[in-house]
Write a protein that binds this ligand. Structure first.
Ligand code: GAL
Length: 429
């Protein structure tokens, strides 16, 4: 039997297994090795949910963890493992990376599962398109993260005399001055290019709006990159840095979040995986912390969708485990329990949000509104747009500018304009 035919019958068997009641001792069931990078407190708690679900049916989850927020390191390791002929059963992938792997014919086609489980009816169109390669499902989406959030420590704001989290950039800088004067760090930040770009995206959206974001950053239009709004973005971005502390070197994103949790810092601009950290620390939105849209970006939604792909494997037991995993990932019970911990909202829109907190409910409402008026945009910081090469080139300029205080705004802007716009790596070879 050809690999794909075997895979399809494995998928059917897995479907059958998925519909059967949990087995008491199915230790002979297959193992699924899953590559991921979810190691922070909140992330690890979310992964536990999935391990438990699999264990109920006797499947074993084997961790293949590559440390490093946003998954950049994981992608490097994945390439090596596949090149060595030892792909994992599944891996977390985002955005165009899904297409890049599918174009190399390394991923399993999930259409049988998708048709059976009616994925087209359960997922927003924008997500369906991201999960397919040439019209076929090759990835399962497990959530929707929003990137443009501001996390605030309510007690610090009170001590600094800031009445409410800032809604505009002007309000942000005024609040940050007060926080600084009160002896706290205004903006918690760490030391990875994607952290720098997360703040950069939020500033670009605030200063230029969604149309500018699309033209300058997603389309990499040279006129937009060289325009006055982009100069202002860079100037504002540099101003943001003056509100961070000197100890950011080597700091992970969750360590920066911890500064807000512990009341050392007032704010962090970070995606809603940060909420997972507040929850693990037993803090609640509206009580110890606030989640508000990052200053000046109300109405826009920068999104990330975490998804899993299944690599082509030969062993029948492994294929069954993969099929079962793919099936479970879309089930409401998993999407609810995982996302309650992860800080995101379910990708499966059939899952009600009534068990979710106010941050997630805002996210759900804003996602739908943004999808209607074209203000829903993919995050470059988190790999949802552009080829890997384009993302890397943009991030390198932005991080150099963030780190080198001597680099002028004009020099940084000239570097952005000079980017060569390499062809997407998923282009036909
Ligand atoms: C994002 C990813 C999230 C989250 C975060 C920090 O790119 O989509 O799932 O874990 O990085 O690692």
């Amino acid at each position: 039997m050809s690999t794909s035919k075997k895979w399809i019958s494995g998928l059917c068997a897995a479907l059958w297994a998925g519909l059967m009641p949990p087995v008491a001792h199915a230790s002979k069931a297959g193992e699924a090795e899953v590559l991921h990078f979810w190691t922070s407190g909140g992330e690890a708690k979310s992964v536990e949910e999935l391990k438990t679900l699999l264990a109920q049916r006797g499947y074993t989850w084997k961790d293949f963890v590559v440390v490093g927020g946003a998954g950049g390191n994981a992608m490097v390791t994945l390439k090596q493992r596949v090149a060595d002929g030892k792909p994992p059963a599944a891996a977390t992938l985002k955005g165009p990376a899904i297409q890049e792997w599918a174009a190399q014919s390394k991923l399993n086609d999930l259409d049988v599962m998708a048709q059976f489980d009616k994925w087209d009816d359960k997922l927003p169109k924008v997500i369906v398109d991201l999960m397919k390669y040439k019209g076929h499902y090759v990835a399962v989406p497990i959530n929707i993260h929003r990137v443009n959030w501001l996390w605030s420590n309510n007690a610090v704001l009170k001590k600094a005399g800031v009445a409410a989290p800032p809604k505009t950039l002007d309000e942000f800088f005024a609040a940050a001055d007060k926080v600084k004067a009160a002896g706290f760090v205004p903006l918690a930040h760490g030391d990875q290019d994607w952290q720098d770009f997360t703040v950069f995206e939020a500033v670009a959206m605030a200063v230029g709006g969604p149309g500018f974001f699309d033209k300058a950053l997603l389309q990499q239009d040279k006129a937009a990159l060289g325009s006055e709004p982009m100069r202002k973005v860079l100037e504002t971005y540099r101003r943001m840095k003056s509100y961070t502390d000197a100890g950011a070197s080597g700091r992970d994103w969750n360590v920066a979040t911890d500064m807000v949790i512990k009341g050392k810092a007032a704010f962090q601009i970070m995606g809603d995986w940060a909420k997972g950290e507040f929850l693990v620390a037993n803090q609640k939105p509206g009580v110890e912390f606030s989640c508000t849209v990052s200053p000046g970006t109300g109405g826009s939604f920068l999104f990330v969708v975490d998804s899993l792909v299944m690599f082509q494997l030969k062993l029948w037991e492994s294929q069954k485990a993969q099929g079962f995993l793919a099936y479970q990932l879309m089930q409401p019970v998993f999407q609810e329990q995982f996302n309650l911990r992860k800080g995101s909202i379910p990708a499966n829109t059939k899952v009600p949000l009534d068990k979710f907190d106010s941050c997630a409910q805002t996210s759900g409402k804003d996602f739908l509104a943004a999808a209607k008026d074209a203000t829903l945009l993919p995050s470059i910081a988190h790999g949802m747009a552009l080829s890997s090469a384009q993302q890397a080139a943009l991030k390198a300029v932005v991080t150099e500018f963030w780190q080198d205080d001597k680099m002028s705004v004009a020099d940084a802007q000239a570097k952005l304009v000079a980017l060569t716009n390499p062809a997407p790596t998923n282009a036909k070879k």
